[in-house]
Write a protein that binds this ligand. Structure first.
Ligand code: SF4
Ligand code: MG
Length: 322
């Protein structure tokens, strides 16, 4: 609720704070049990920072984070521990977090060593079960990270994330580095695990095709702000925000034959330490009017469960431009 994450910019010999990179600006969202909420937007829009802040990997600047009705942002380290087991993250490159000299079995065993009191034999069995669960084999136990393919490594990343039976997993570009066919297999695995364990996913991705296939709802972010949120069907078939429309019209897919205007984005994303006045999207919005650079549009519900932050939400380009 109202989550903000600013990174101070320090400069000069005195290292005084000279401003802030406003990575996440007042984001409010709910994630329901067993659902997948996609977070989309161009790189640098704050998706990953939002995920890391929710998990407590970044200190919260402002706002509240509740997990199962318990506010967790102010918990002491010790109290936080039980939530650590409940919330996990899967990254784009699991290889980066694996020790190249450590056998995979041992790396997974470490999770149980650190967080449980299971005896060695029990841990070994748990690791073998885990390997099976993610589609790997017993003989993989003694192999090193470099002996695995990209898809297999991501399965190892998933194994590590589910080892302690979490209920909430953030997938940050989890399949973005994989070939399309491997992507499909890993996504299928994530879905199977979701059904089996009633997992909730926050699925961060710049790939709208993957989000459309995988997610129940979608949140669109631009420059640290939430600009649109709804269920996946409405976001893709009936987007209200010009930015969402621009993202969608950039997907080169003949199968997406929904009639819509082609919206091209001009220019780059503005600097998040000095965001534009009014609507943060006005410097690139093809529909922008005078009011847009002055008045910040609120993120409001335009139709049931369909939120957007735009003064002209749902209007057509030709109508607004006259
Ligand atoms: Fe574009 Fe104005 Fe809507 Fe912002 S408020 S998205 S600038 S039309
Ligand atoms: Mg990112």
């Amino acid at each position: 609720n109202g989550v903000k994450k600013y990174f101070p910019i320090k400069g000069g010999i005195l290292k005084r704070v000279q401003g802030n990179v406003k990575a996440v600006e007042s984001v409010s969202l709910k994630l329901y049990k067993g659902e997948s909420l996609g977070i989309v937007g161009e790189s640098g829009c704050g998706k990953s920072t939002l995920g890391r802040t929710i998990l407590g990997l970044e200190e919260l600047t402002e706002g509240k984070i509740k997990f199962n009705e318990q506010e967790i942002q102010d918990l002491k380290r010790k109290e936080k521990k039980k939530f650590v087991k409940e919330m996990q993250m899967i990254f784009q490159d699991p290889y980066a977090s694996l020790n190249p000299r450590q056998r995979i079995g041992n790396a997974l065993d470490e999770v149980f060593r650190m967080h449980t009191k299971m005896p060695a034999q029990e841990r070994k069995e748990a690791v073998l079960d885990l390997l099976k669960e993610v589609g790997l084999k017993e003989e993989h136990y003694d192999r090193y990270p470099h002996e695995f393919s990209g898809g297999q490594r991501q399965r190892i990343g998933i194994a590590r994330a589910i080892a302690l039976h979490p209920s909430f997993i953030i997938c940050d570009e989890a399949v973005s580095a994989l070939d399309v066919s491997v992507q499909a297999q890993v996504l299928k695995l994530l879905k199977t695990l979701q059904e089996k364990y009633h997992l909730s996913y926050l699925f961060i991705s710049h790939d709208l095709g993957v989000v459309r296939y995988f997610c129940d709802r979608v949140l669109v972010m631009y420059l640290g702000h939430t600009v649109e949120m709804s269920d996946v069907t409405r976001i893709f078939n009936h987007p209200l925000h010009p930015y969402t429309r621009a993202l969608l019209s950039a997907i080169p897919r003949p199968t997406m034959n929904v009639k819509r205007e082609r919206i091209r984005l001009v220019g780059d994303m503005p600097n998040p330490s000095n965001p534009p006045s009014g609507c943060v999207f006005h410097t690139r919005c093809p529909m922008a009017q005078e009011i847009c650079s002055v008045d910040k549009p609120a993120f409001i519900e335009h139709e049931k469960d369909h939120f957007a932050a735009c003064h002209f939400a749902g209007e057509s380009l030709s109508r607004v431009l006259g």
